[in-house]
Ligand binder design. Sequence first.
Ligand SMILES: Nc1ncnc2c1ncn2[C@@H]1O[C@H](COP(=O)(O)OP(=O)(O)OP(=O)(O)O)[C@@H](O)[C@H]1O
Ligand SMILES: [Mg+2]
Length: 221
Amino acid sequence: MAAIRFSNVFKRYASGQDALLGVDFELASGEMAFLTGHSGAGKSTLLKLIMLMERPSRGQVWVGQQDLSSLHRSQIPYLRRQIGVVFQNHQLLFDRSVFENVALPLQISGYDPADAARRARAALDKVGLLTREKHNPVTLSTGEQQRVGIARAIVHKPKLLLADEPTGNLDPQLSEDIMRLFGQFNSIGTTVLIASHDLSLINRMRHRMLTLKHGRLVADG
Ligand SMILES: Nc1ncnc2c1ncn2[C@@H]1O[C@H](COP(=O)(O)OP(=O)(O)OP(=O)(O)O)[C@@H](O)[C@H]1O
Ligand SMILES: [Mg+2]
């Protein structure tokens, strides 16, 4: 089954700017792929369509069995609960501890506090930061902060993990560690799609690569 399917997807912003032009692809459930291309190629736009942060101007996007164009507004939170998202600027709360940053999304979606705490610690353990749970994120290095962002993205065990330039600020070694972490989530069945323009890193990872150029998918392999 496809985890993500784009069928002839166009996106033109209200400004008149075309961001995606006739994009077609499928990502199978359990697959891991990179999305690459020059700045402005449409990578972030493509990810935003999957999360329904934006809507296509034409064409259709499916997440699992769900055609997003027929998804009612009230169902968007349900869609988002199936997706974990990692941003370049991880958007951590600096007035909360590492633990609270990871547990908060679960508390907001109504998890029992003890269950939320257990899951948050399991997620922090996966990214190797359990010993830092009481610290303020301000006291962590950039790479550690990025890992807290990843723990937060996977704490609800999403079937689909999206990342937008997750290694943008990191040195090559840390970038590779972060990518290995994504590979581990993928190896336990999570579908992973990572937007990145770091070609040397992507090439070392030997995964499928989707390349956008001025809004068109020009390569897939
Ligand atoms: N909210 C918006 N309103 C108008 N135009 C936008 C908006 N967001 C993006 N664009 C335009 O759409 C095109 C694709 O942008 P997008 O952010 O998807 O590219 P990207 O591949 O993620 O680039 P980068 O590598 O710089 O992050 C660009 O021309 C951009 O200027
Ligand atoms: Mg972008």
